[in-house]
Design a protein around this ligand. Structure first.
Ligand SMILES: [Zn+2]
Length: 90
């Protein structure tokens, strides 16, 4: 499975199970919020270890140009090419 497909699967899982456990914690029992937080931590960690297939750089950590300042930060989308080695990220 490609990095991009894995990332789309993470987003899909988050919206599906996030809304299910969010509703359960609102209407059934508050303790479902623990599962929700656990899910957020798990999916967040998993998305950060998604790496470029060529050089191993995390695909979500990118240098962005913010009002003229270059900042290294975690972005919500995967760029078309790797910022370190320039290979196309699939
Ligand atoms: Zn790379």
């Amino acid at each position: 499975m490609t990095v991009r497909k894995k990332y789309h699967l993470i987003i899909f899982t988050w919206f599906l199970f996030g809304s299910i456990f969010g509703l359960l914690s609102l209407y059934v029992h508050e303790s479902f919020i623990i599962i929700l937080i656990g899910l957020a931590i798990f999916l967040g960690t998993y998305s950060l270890v998604l790496k470029c297939q060529n050089c191993g750089k995390s695909v979500l950590r990118n240098t962005v140009n913010l009002f003229g300042m270059k900042m290294d930060m975690v972005t919500a989308r995967i760029p078309k090419t790797c910022q370190k080695c320039g290979i196309k990220i699939e």
